[in-house]
Ligand binder design. Structure first.
Ligand SMILES: Nc1ncnc2c1ncn2[C@@H]1O[C@H](COP(=O)(O)OS(=O)(=O)O)[C@@H](OP(=O)(O)O)[C@H]1O
Length: 406
């Protein structure tokens, strides 16, 4: 008998051998797949495979946060999206982020306003200073929030105090291409020594095409501010909200009175010598309203065309009209229209139908639109006489008649 060949020599062990090889192969394959999956998850792409079409819709588990699918992707994943989708997604993140109450402004009056309207507060946090990773939702949101860059403002609302500057900024923030610091930075008057890097760091992150803004009404009357802003950028656009200087002075006084009820009467503070009718121009409430005098200083550093004068009165009677002018001046698409406003009878002012971020109707807080005390008519008349020549000069300089003198 011929001896059995190798195949025939172990007819029974051949099958178990191939099975064990197969088992080992399966084992290696499984661990390879598991490692790949773990690696994939570590790269945080597990939840983002759905892509923009899925990610931008759906409900949110986070309180008010955009869909998780939207949030979970990392910058690399984001980079794979078409530019428009990236922008939309980042805008969505910005909006969500603006809803969080951030650091309050430094002005006490403004603090009160922000406290009442956290939904509208942008704070240096809306601006980046509050972007603590601890607050960030899980996943790579923290990374995503770092998208965009902090820019020095291209436009500043420089005044005037009690002119309606808060209303203007909050209305403007409804625009998707406007990002603004909620608090007043007071950089060019109080913190200039901290340097431009400090100032820039207060700003919100912006995407290409978005404008960075801030408002500090005291800049308009700060001697050094025009040169300092010009040194930052000669192209900075300047917005001044002006209001009848007499009502502005009374509003200013009303604010001080609300904090220090024991101050002298408006009438007594107005005059150096009441019987002689000599107005005290050293009182800041009076001085701020001499707009022509302050404007002269700005015009030494900026061309008139780089400044926009917003009527504080029309900002109340026709907010959409004034916002139209502002959007044009800033080179923005006219997105904010009369559809965004309604007149709130209780408040006595126009309010936003949908506040930026929260989507709910919203009025400014109770520190905006205070009831003014009654002022002696004779004192008001004397003040009108005092301001008339300055107002005329201001109308001449700006080419605009604000109609304060009847
Ligand atoms: N929509 C709306 N709602 C409430 N208030 C409004 C609005 N539009 C303009 N105003 C007027 O804004 C005045 C306050 O001006 P500012 O925001 O510039 O004040 S501040 O300098 O920032 O303190 C504030 O002044 P007072 O009425 O004297 O309180 C308002 O008259």
């Amino acid at each position: 008998m011929a001896p059995a060949g190798p195949a025939g020599a172990h007819p029974t062990s051949a099958e178990p051998l191939s099975r064990s090889v197969f088992r080992k192969f399966l084992l290696v394959l499984c661990s390879l797949l598991t490692s790949l999956y773990v690696f994939y998850c570590l790269a945080e792409r597990c939840q983002t495979l759905s892509g923009p079409g899925v990610g931008l819709s759906g409900s949110s588990a986070e309180a008010g946060a955009p869909d998780r699918g939207v949030l979970a992707g990392g910058p690399r994943e984001l980079a794979m999206w078409p530019a428009a989708a990236q922008r939309k997604r980042l805008l969505q993140l910005q909006q969500w982020r603006r809803r969080r109450p951030d650091a309050p402004p430094d002005d006490r009056d403004e603090v009160a306003w922000e406290e009442e309207t956290p939904g509208l507060a942008g704070g240096p946090g809306g601006s980046g200073a509050g972007s603590s990773v601890a607050e960030a939702p899980p996943g790579t949101l923290a990374l995503l929030l770092d998208e965009g860059t902090k820019q020095l403002p291209q436009a500043i609302i420089i005044g005037v105090k009690k002119g309606g500057t808060r209303a203007l900024l909050e209305f403007l923030r409804v625009h998707p291409d406007v990002r603004a610091v909620g608090a007043e930075p007071h950089f060019f008057d109080r913190s200039y020594d901290k340097g431009l890097a400090w100032y820039r760091d207060l700003m919100p992150r912006t995407l290409e095409g978005q404008i960075t803004m801030e408002k500090t009404p005291s800049y308009f009357v700060t001697r050094e501010a025009p040169a300092r802003i010009s040194a930052m950028s000669r192209d900075t656009k300047l917005i001044v909200v002006v209001r009848d200087p007499v009502t502005r002075a009374i509003s200013d006084y009303t604010q001080t009175l609300s904090k220090r009820p024991d101050i002298p009467t408006f009438e007594s503070l107005t005059f150096k010598n009441r019987s002689a009718g000599l107005v005290d121009t050293s009182w800041s409430a009076i001085q701020i309203g001499i707009y022509a005098k302050h404007l002269e200083k700005w015009l030494r550093h900026f061309p008139l065309g780089q400044m926009l004068f917003v009527s504080g009165e029309r900002l109340i009677s026709d907010p959409a009209g004034e916002l139209g002018r502002v959007q044009d001046f800033l080179g923005l698409k006219r997105i904010i229209t009369d559809k965004h406003f309604y007149f709130n009878k209780t408040k006595g002012f126009p309010c936003l139908k949908k506040a930026e971020g929260s989507g709910k109707p919203h009025c400014l807080g109770k520190t905006k639109g205070r009831t003014h005390p009654h002022i002696d008519r004779e004192v008001v008349r004397r003040l009108r006489d005092f301001y008339r020549p300055f107002n005329r000069k201001f109308y001449q300089m700006t080419g605009l008649d604000f109609g304060w003198d009847g």
